[in-house]
Design a protein around this ligand. Structure first.
Ligand code: GLN
Length: 249
């Protein structure tokens, strides 16, 4: 496995990085290093080209509405074709919170509608009512990669004003066990699309709290089917248990 390298590109890392997005990237880097998998990280900001064949994982982090307004146009026009081509050839995408909202068709903010990159069948509407905030746990059922898959619990934290409505062609990432999820009432959280396109409202240290999910993503991105080398996850398992306890699951 030593000759493998995970090539990550963070989209708009200066604007779409609310909460722990940088930490999620560091976690991927460290777990690759521990396993002898190479790791490269590049960023693509406004006006930058994305090489559709140059990355294994695109990362689009969280952002406030105003950050999303700043990046949406560039993402939906300049970067659109490359993001679609990347996903079509099986490249992985992790999009969190504000980034998740921009994976879809559009984000309605009152009178204004900002475009999404149109990769997945969803749209988001900013709600006047309460923000959906709190610890959250969802049950996912993932296709296998790296010896990981099946039914597992993802635990994290959500904080969003938008309500995300999945279209008929969309598969949610998981079933809400505790918390709000996509709309607060649908019972669904996130989206799972194609080979490895994941959108989720679970932000903050999503990957440090769910290292098995980080491993799944790496394996999926690199097309690794065989079990990944085991690591000492004593601390990481404790972090996961603590996140689940916080959500009451
Ligand atoms: N601006 C979005 C919302 O509030 C996403 C917020 C975020 O990324 N935390 O719905």
């Amino acid at each position: 496995m030593a000759d493998r390298t995970l090539r990550v590109c963070a989209l708009f890392p200066d604007l779409m990085n609310i909460y722990a997005d940088r930490g999620n990237l560091l976690l991927l880097q460290q777990r690759c290093a521990w396993r002898g998998i190479g790791f490269t990280l590049t960023g693509a900001g406004h006006g930058d080209e994305i090489d559709p064949d140059g990355h294994d994982l695109l990362y689009l982090g969280g952002g406030q509405d105003r950050d999303q307004q700043l990046v949406a146009e560039d993402l939906a026009t300049h970067k659109r074709d490359a993001v679609h081509a990347h996903a079509a050839r099986g490249g992985a995408i992790l999009a969190v919170c504000g980034g998740y909202q921009l994976l879809g068709r559009s984000y309605e903010l009152g009178e204004e509608e900002i475009p999404g990159v149109g990769l997945v069948d969803l749209h988001t509407v900013r709600h006047d009512g309460e923000r959906l905030i709190g610890n959250v746990a969802i049950e996912v059922d993932l296709p296998p990669a790296g010896g990981i898959g099946g039914r597992r619990v993802l635990a994290g934290f959500e904080n969003h004003g938008g309500r995300t409505h999945l279209g008929p062609a969309a598969t949610p990432l998981g079933r809400v066990l505790k918390g709000h999820g996509n709309t607060g009432t649908s019972g669904h959280e996130g989206i799972l699309h194609g080979h490895a396109v994941v959108g989720t409202y679970l932000h903050g240290p999503l990957l440090p709290k769910n290292v098995w999910f980080a491993d799944w993503l790496v394996a999926r991105a690199l097309g690794i089917e065989e079990p990944l080398a085991a690591l000492d996850d004593t601390l990481e398992d404790a972090a996961h248990a603590s996140a689940r306890r916080a959500a009451g699951v």
